[in-house]
Design a protein around this ligand. Sequence first.
Ligand code: ZN
Length: 357
Amino acid sequence: MRENAKHLFLRISKWLGLFHLARLFTGKALRILCYHGFAFRDEADFRPMLFMTPTTFDKRLRFLARHKFPVLRLEDALERLKKNNLPRGATVITIDDGFYGVYSEACPRLQAFGLPATTYVTTYYVQKQAPIFRLAVQYLFWRTALPSIRFHGQTWVRDQEVNLSNSVENKRATWEVIDHGEKHCSEDQCQQIAQELAGILQVDYGWIKTSRSLSLMNSVELGELAARGVDVQLHTHRHSLAVDDEQKVRDEILTNRSVLEKIIGKPLRHLCYPSGIWTREQWPWLEKLDIDSATTCLPGLNYPHTPPLGLRRFLDAENIHSIVFEAEQFGYLEVLRRLRHWIGSVSGRLPAPDRSR
Ligand SMILES: [Zn+2]
């Protein structure tokens, strides 16, 4: 990965011993790491925020072990956070969405290092057992080597010529197909569309289906994962949590919970907000549904006063430089965030500079 000024600044900070100072300063706070899918071929090039290569994941786990960050089960960590008696540098590993790669790539590596993890699983595609339509369409448009295509006579997209090397045209056509499928078609019809689209774009849809790189785990794999000690928790049924409709929130969580609890066989009370979208107005609704904790995509460490329904996480990804990961894990980025916040609040209290002179 390319070095930039931020990386250089972090390297100098590390060399000056500031990372270790930050670890001392932030030792009692809880670190929650967040991962998503794992790459089998080129998915980490396609969406580096969503898919991580197993090699990078391995390096992250090795780093945690080498620097003796105690990795705890989510439930234990939250219990101890409340009592303010976490071991120093306590860390929780979370993995969102429930991609098949969690079962095939992440779980064996976690087991090799003896580390616990929580995976938050959406259940619609667990039941459908097909590549996630939205992601498959995006991948097909990204993967094709064709410079341009012509849609003609398809029922699911307008007749048009698309210059694929033009990112605006490419994106517009991608979303036209996704919107049509999601608004007007059944899942079977969506899969038909993806298959047809793959033919037009000359990409092998068979590989996407058989490798299951864009698919979620099935119920047998989820059961096995739980038996191997991975904590399976809630992430809604359709990867969506309304911010203004309690009934929809209820339906999403209860459906998700009923599918997962049948597989896992124990009550599930921990949630991850899909796409990191949430508001405090949802909290009383979640409490009524016996949700004990919910993780966000807000960066930062967690303290005894952090609301359990607004837990902060570090979104680790393939395109996160190792020095940035280290800086976050040692608490150095947290110190910088707090410093910035403090400077902001102090300067906010100072009178505005007189610009008339
Ligand atoms: Zn998600």
